[in-house]
Design a protein around this ligand. Structure first.
Ligand code: ATP
Length: 531
């Protein structure tokens, strides 16, 4: 069963080094996160998978890596200088600042309805360029990678001799000065984007829009994001940007957050290429564009069938890596009961939980809101024991939870029982797992076992084929749990039999089944299963 609350995933991601708050030792920077040793592997694997599916496994795609800094005119003619804005309001009571369309007329901080009129706030970051302190010597940090594709359209076309339809894919950083970054990786100020601009003959865009919707849904399913938890939102005409013919937003049902956008797939007509072209009047554009007096190039395609220059229409699938990373973790997360705990031990936890909730319910040390949330969550856990036992830890991590004295006692009862009877496991698609194989010697002070185990790890990892680790810092059972929690699909144990017959025990993360495999056949055995 996937994660039931975002806290479970946030806590795992922090605990195991997937994600760290940026510049944490200085108090952090709001809306910015770092990917730790495991996070960088998972993120790279997601990005590579997207690239493989969208570039290597199709014959109609090229790749690109445009710079983050671009001529400011790009953002003038793309429309971002004028329209890349969110409506901002201030709360006159507590002075906090909010995005008007997300707060329903009431300050989420103090509850006041005394808000200023919304005013537009441009979300592009600026940075100085060059050594001269001149008001005009600045560039924007790109808020999307897409414009790098549009302004390179003619370059790619002339260097690859592509015919329509074809697309250009790009992965790269985007920066948005969000008014309220929040919900962990979901809304941040710096993030990686996965973007495709697919260029088609005018008149064929509806068909291609539908095909991209289907292709993208297939990819999400292939990386383990269940189709049942994605809704396709056909954005109503009234809410569309003026250049968009139609947009499908893919909405993923995140635990705690509910349905939120993970990808937008927009049919953008000839707006983008038309906006960045010279001689716009001669191009017969269907989109309404601002006059361009700076572009040096017509971004057109010569159609050999009609012998005419046309401005291609564009279909744009655009997703954020962070939101994808979070969805993948939520889907993969599982807390599994390995064997049921004894009744009397469970009763002791129930009693400690009931006493804790009673105390929390009347505590004056925490706000009414925190009290209510704590009790509601605690009661839900109480009715769902023993399977909800592992959730006691996230209950105790909630706002205000540490103010209740009885928390220590509850943790003391619940934690050993959880450790003994449950395992947290990430059922990641093996090819996405940060670490593919972990190798353990049965005894860490036996030279023969240790050197065979280290040798196996080294040979598995050589040539960059897979990330493998060696670990001898605990009993085998504990090492299994540690790898389950980060989604390592295979654990290999070197024991005394290994020294005799050159086999190791391979233990499967999901089924926990074990089998002996010849060391010489390990590489092939694993690669076959890393799908
Ligand atoms: P939202 O309405 O949530 O602000 P958007 O409609 O502005 O998103 P797009 O401009 O369509 O988003 O961006 C494409 C994708 O980039 C989104 O589907 C999302 O996955 C990702 N994305 C956008 N803004 C952020 C952000 N602040 N943090 C993380 N990912 C983001």
């Amino acid at each position: 069963m996937p994660a039931t609350s975002l806290d479970q995933v946030v806590s795992l991601a922090k605990r195991r080094g997937f994600i760290f708050p940026s510049s944490e030792i200085y108090g952090g920077l709001q809306g910015v996160f770092d990917y730790g040793p495991l996070g960088v592997e998972l993120k790279n694997n997601i990005m590579q998978d997207w690239w493989r599916a969208n570039v290597y496994e199709r014959d109609d795609m090229e790749g690109l890596d445009a710079a983050i800094l671009m001529n400011r005119l790009v953002w003038k003619y793309s429309g971002h200088e004028e329209t890349f804005v969110d409506p901002m309001v201030d709360c006159r009571n507590c002075k906090s600042r909010w995005r008007a369309d997300q707060i329903h007329g009431q300050c989420p901080n103090c509850g006041s309805a005394d808000l200023t009129e919304p005013r537009p706030f441009n979300m592009m970051f600026k940075t100085a360029v060059g050594p001269i302190a001149d008001a005009d010597a600045f560039a924007y940090l790109r808020p999307e990678t897409a414009q790098g594709i549009f302004v390179n359209f003619a370059n790619v076309l002339s260097t690859t001799s592509r015919k329509l339809p074809f697309g250009i894919a790009q992965i790269g950083k985007g920066f948005r000065n969000e008014i309220n970054p929040r919900n962990f990786l979901f809304r941040v100020r710096e993030f990686d984007m996965l973007e495709i601009e697919y260029f088609v003959m005018p008149g064929t865009e509806d068909e291609w829009h539908q095909r991209w919707l289907d292709d993208r849904l297939r990819w999400w399913a292939s990386i383990g994001v269940s189709r049942e938890r994605i809704q396709v939102y056909d954005v109503p005409k009234a809410d569309l940007a003026h250049y968009s013919k139609r947009t499908f937003d893919l909405m993923y049902n995140y635990p705690t957050l509910g349905y939120q956008e993970i990808e937008g797939i927009a049919s953008r007509s000839d707006f983008d290429l038309g906006s960045h072209s010279k001689d716009q009047d001669s191009l017969g554009l269907s989109a309404r564009v601002s006059p361009n007096s700076h572009s040096t190039t017509r971004l057109t395609y010569f159609d050999p069938t009609s012998n005419k220059h046309v401005v291609p229409f564009v279909v744009e699938p655009s997703a954020g890596v962070g939101r994808c990373f979070l969805a993948v973790l939520c889907e993969a997360y599982d807390e599994q009961m390995v064997k049921p705990p004894a009744d009397e031990k469970l009763a002791a936890v129930s009693d400690a939980l009931a006493a804790y909730l009673k105390s929390a319910g009347k505590s004056e040390k925490i706000s009414a809101e925190a009290r209510e949330a704590l009790v509601a969550r605690g009661e839900a856990i109480a009715t769902d024991l023993p399977s909800a036992l592992p959730q006691v830890e996230s209950l105790l991590a909630m706002v205000g939870a540490d103010q209740i004295e009885l928390g220590k006692k509850l943790r003391g009862q619940a934690q050993p029982l959880t450790d003994e009877h449950f395992r947290t496991v990430l059922h990641l698609r093996p090819r996405l797992a940060p670490i593919k194989a972990a190798v353990f010697p049965l005894k860490r002070n036996h030279e023969g076992l240790v050197s065979l185990a280290k040798g196996i790890r080294k040979s598995l990892q050589s040539g960059g084929r897979m990330r493998a680790v060696y670990d001898d810092t605990g009993a085998i059972g504990k090492l299994y749990r540690r790898q389950d929690e980060i989604g390592t699909p295979f654990c290999l144990t070197v024991d005394f039999q290994s020294l005799e017959d050159q086999t190791v025990t391979v233990r499967d993360r999901d089924t926990m089944a074990q089998e002996r495999v010849l060391v010489a056949e390990l590489q092939g055995y694993l690669e076959e299963r890393l799908v």
